[in-house]
Design a protein around this ligand. Sequence first.
Ligand code: EPU
Length: 420
Amino acid sequence: MEKVIKIEGGHHLNGTVRISGSKNATVALIPACVLGNEPVTIYGVPNISDVQSLIVLLNELGVYVEKRDEETLYIDPTHMENIPMVSKAVSKLRASYYFMGALLGKFGHAEIKMPGGCYLGPRPIDLHLKGFEALGANIQYENGCYILDAKELKGTNIFLDISSVGATINIMMAAVYAKGRTVIENAAREPEIIDIATLLNKMGARIHGMGTSTLVIDGVDYLKGCIHEIIPDRIEAATYVIMAAAMANDMRIENIIPQHLEAIVMKLQEVGINMEVGSDFIHVFKTDKPLKRIEILTKPYPGFATDVQQPFTVLLTQCNGKSKVMETIWENRFMHVPYLIQMGADITVKNQTATIIGPTALTGSEVVATDLRAGAALVAAALIADGKTRITNIEHILRGYENIVEKLTSVGAKIESHEI
Ligand code: EPU
């Protein structure tokens, strides 16, 4: 059974949307919990399919998982078994590779097949593997499976050629039990990494320098249980702020950390969006002034997030003049563009740069969500468009946006999802 989303565009949005816990933090926090020897309780877990896949993986490892309520997970790794991770669930998401660092760190052995996730161009994991090797692991690749072994992991200095989010988190997890000090230079600085390090420190790890490009991990012998609340999802927040910027009369996006959204807010202000940024909310109001063209360059945090580029491109179709979006992180992150063109947008893509000429009216169409944020972009476009849009392949959207249909319905969108 395939699920589709249908949207009748052109309806103004009014009301409040509450942002869920961060997907990209959650998908690393859950594997991080198995590093410990006692139960961990996590609050603010989003109800998304990536979390369901991770729960399947935990169960396969013999980890006891209990959903205490809609957004609370109790994870008890006391009786876990380090079996090879080769099931279908591994290929359902990218983040299954965080079990490499976690299992290697805890047991000195990990066996796991290639992870899945959105196709955004090649997604190598060489930096993760180099980091594990630098810590003392031996790595083999057999029949689509990575086998990592280490008699003992020893702290060392690691310089990341690219400040990769995944490599920073994975190496940090492998290093928490390593003998001595590990220093990761050119570490990524994303808020999600701070969240994982905060959880690990509550469990007894000794990680310093979170949020800077030098991460220092002093190895410990034991990790205990703790309680942790996940940070709000800055990408989900940005997506709804963009939708509000395009279609709201008066819409409030709450449960956010505005500091995580600074680069996005600056760009929305440059476009001319009328909004108030509060301590934990952004309120967007309708503006009658024409929206201005801008240029966006995607960068690692604190720069403009690549994950927001796709929905933002939709807003740029409503701005006056020639806007540009230069994508520097992923090779293939413009797969939403052909569908936006089909809906009436004037966009050309060349050399990793999209040139958007606006404003253009958009018309409802039959479109396909090729990846998570492309899907979110198509939802945004459909809200603006005249007429009805039908989006297929929405499992990508459901991997990352909790209750998107319900949240948008609550602010007045005409959106429904059903099986075909
Ligand atoms: N890279 C390498 N070698 C590596 C690792 C990364 O060359 O070993 C390259 C990648 O190919 C890419 C760049 O480094 O060009 C950055 O990749 P990074 O490792 O930072 O990305 P990631 O950890 O795989 C996370 C998010 C992505 C987000 C990127 C960049 C998760 C689960 N995913 O991916 O989120 O785009 O960081 O911020 O945290 C999304 O949410 O839609 C999404 C794709």
